[in-house]
Design a protein around this ligand. Structure first.
Ligand code: 6PG
Length: 242
């Protein structure tokens, strides 16, 4: 399902409303909801909008049943400019009435291999699984111009079928150490939403959505091809070629 909007603001307005409706309706069931968020630049406007709207909603928001996880993290301290957690906490998690124990961050300041293992154990403890693979309720993803998603880059498509839920990786260009969810927990999520904006992503969006042959090895295309219910929230700039 593709949702296209003339402006980023219109996009995040709609998606934030959908998100809060989901939290209010599903959160009131008493069941723990496990939501994984991506970082990068794009989603900050969404997180800002959710934080703003939840302050205005007249319906109780049962944040106590909502657990937030990181899709991936750069291996830097949480106060570093590159930290996905730092951005997500500043834009959203630090502005809502959420118990600290409901936030499951990746400790970017720790040894990547050891932290990848630790975070995987935490996910197994918190998120119900199917055949050993955790089933998140909702995963928010972005994509790079190279077709990566999470921190699964085109040079590491092995991660898409990894037996591990979480792995320590490196950015292919900067060699920046990262920790990422792998393909199986992403593909198995109940709901997957890609948020992509800007003309710089228009070519990769066309290749992925049209399932063009030379895009098949892109991690974002791999996810999209295996989940025909994937939601795409695009602005008209990113959807230019669709
Ligand atoms: C990250 C993200 C990554 C992101 C894409 C798009 O750690 O960078 O998890 O997968 O979604 O790189 O990033 P932008 O939104 O900055 O373009």
């Amino acid at each position: 399902m593709i949702h296209c909007f003339n402006t980023t603001n219109a996009l995040v307005d709609k998606l934030s409303i959908s998100f809060l409706h989901y939290i209010v309706s599903e959160g009131s069931s008493g069941r723990q909801l496990n939501i994984a968020l991506s970082g990068g630049k794009t989603p900050k406007v969404l997180f800002d909008k959710i934080a703003l709207k939840q302050q205005k909603t007249d319906k109780p928001v049962y944040w106590k049943n909502i657990h937030f996880f990181m899709v991936d993290e750069r291996c830097v301290p949480p106060d570093h400019a590159d930290s996905n957690y730092g951005m997500i906490h500043g834009a959203l998690l630090g502005k809502i009435d959420l118990p600290a124990c409901n936030i499951h961050r990746i400790r970017g300041e720790d040894d990547p291999e050891r932290e990848a293992y630790r975070y995987e154990q935490e996910i197994h403890e918190q998120v119900p699984g199917k055949k050993g693979i955790p089933v998140f309720d909702w995963i928010f993803l972005g994509t790079g111009e190279d077709g990566h998603t999470a921190s699964i880059f085109p040079d590491r498509t092995d991660l898409l079928a990894s037996a591990n839920i979480v792995e320590a990786v490196e950015h292919p260009v900067t060699r920046q150490p990262r920790i990422t969810l792998t393909g199986k927990p992403i593909i198995q999520a109940k709901k997957i939403t890609f948020l992509v904006t800007g003309e710089s992503k228009s070519l990769i969006v066309r290749q992925i959505i049209n399932q063009e042959p030379d895009a098949a090895h892109f991690p974002a295309a791999y996810i999209n091809a295996r989940r025909n219910d994937t939601e795409w929230y695009l602005d008209t700039a990113a959807a230019k070629y669709l």
